[in-house]
Design a protein around this ligand. Structure first.
Ligand SMILES: Cc1ncc(COP(=O)(O)O)c(C=O)c1O
Length: 381
């Protein structure tokens, strides 16, 4: 008899302590640090800090009008959607937001998911492409932002049939650079492939509250336009915008949509208000003014600041130096994380600095001053 008396039960559990020890040994163990609010100046475990690490680029997460819209949606529609959109969770809050997203993107329709992550995973698995060509900073297929490398990768597979999908971010979260979307579309079209662009770090920041596809007038050449409501729009959730057929298909086939409760109505209400503000308000101008001031200030201290967007990677090189710089900045009251391998290649460790529209000019100057003090102390300047 299996498992009879006296027979020792085998341990088929999970040795999580060993897994954690391994992470710790590699310097990769992470922990949580609790903030009092999503505002640019807030308390972490009691100590006030200036945050230059958030993706709340337009500062809308704590905007009164956005918070009021969330409260109103909670009151009128509910704190939660209660069920999958396909059951009873498809509410007026979702539909209104989707109409406005489709309007800014000039697409037939948009579909919101419970996160940008869910939108990505659900869409990719539903499309189920035979071949994915992905920027190496998404995965590892063609060289970063290099349409020639994409062309070469496609020529290599020229004899393969099936469905081909080129997947790229438009603004890259760790490098702050912008994909050459026009040229990527050219190459994809030459080979009959579709393009899926993730505008997570661009949505809301460009023309009419759009992303890079709107900035560059490429909307009709990108088949699957995807993004998040959780960064510049200050809320929570993700979206896909595209043709009626694409959205109808995802409603049926994207498992993260079908088998998940609809996006919380307060998140939908907040995102809708934030989208309206980003289309017409002056927050985009305030963001870009802060970005320019901070970039100039850091460069004039002697730091190398990469990127062409609101994300400012301040290059350090050595991983220990980057960690020491981030720790010292924190002691000076500035939160900006060290980004190191394996997130970025060896020798390119950096501090990722993300100013927002909600920082005051004085706060930008305080950040520059902190970089000056600690950079000098650590001999990095
Ligand atoms: C490029 C990109 N896509 C999608 C996401 C996920 O979006 P969300 O935070 O809404 O899940 C992120 C980061 O969070 C991202 O950097």
């Amino acid at each position: 008899m299996a498992g009879g008396e006296g027979q020792q039960t085998r341990d088929r559990g999970f040795d999580l302590r060993a897994r954690l020890r391994e992470r710790e040994r590699r310097g990769l163990e992470r922990s949580l640090d609790t903030a009092e609010s999503a505002a640019p100046r807030t308390r972490f475990d009691g100590d006030e800090r200036l945050v230059f690490a958030s993706n709340n680029y337009l500062g809308l997460a704590t905007d009164d009008r956005v918070q009021a819209a969330a409260a109103e949606a909670a009151r009128e529609v509910g704190a939660g959607a209660g069920a999958s959109r396909l059951v009873t969770g498809d509410t007026t809050a979702h539909r209104a937001l989707e109409r406005e997203l489709a309007d800014t993107k000039d697409t037939d329709r948009a579909l919101v998911f419970s996160s940008g992550y869910a939108a990505n995973v659900g869409t990719l698995t539903a499309l189920d492409p035979d071949v994915v060509f992905s920027d190496e900073l998404n995965h590892a297929v063609y060289d970063h932002c290099d349409p020639h490398s994409l062309g070469a990768a496609m020529r290599e597979r020229e004899d393969d049939d099936g469905s081909w999908l080129v997947v790229t971010d438009t603004v890259f979260s760790m490098d702050g650079d912008v994909a050459p979307l026009h040229d990527l579309c050219d190459v994809a079209e030459r080979h009959g492939a579709w393009v899926m662009a993730d505008e997570a770090h661009a949505t809301g920041l460009y023309e009419d509250g759009g992303g890079i596809a709107e900035r560059d007038g490429l909307g009709d050449r990108v088949d699957v336009r995807l993004g998040t409501l959780s960064k510049a729009l200050g809320s929570q959730g993700g979206y896909v915008a595209g043709s009626e057929t694409l959205v109808r298909y995802l409603v049926n086939a994207a498992r993260s949509f079908v088998f998940s409760t609809g996006l919380a109505p307060p998140a939908a209400g907040a995102a809708r208000k934030a989208l309206a503000i980003s289309r017409t308000g002056d927050c985009r101008e305030r963001l870009w003014a802060n970005v320019a001031r901070l970039r100039d200030g850091l460069e004039s201290l002697g730091y190398e600041v990469r990127g062409d967007t609101q994300i400012l990677p301040v290059m350090v090189g050595d991983r220990e130096d980057a960690v020491a710089l981030a720790d010292s900045l924190r002691e000076q009251g500035v939160v900006a994380p060290a980004i190191r391998p394996p997130t970025v290649p060896e020798g390119t460790s950096r501090i990722r600095v993300a100013p927002t529209a909600a920082h005051t000019r004085e706060e930008i100057d305080d950040c520059i001053a902190a970089f000056e003090t600690v950079g000098g102390r650590l001999d990095l300047l």
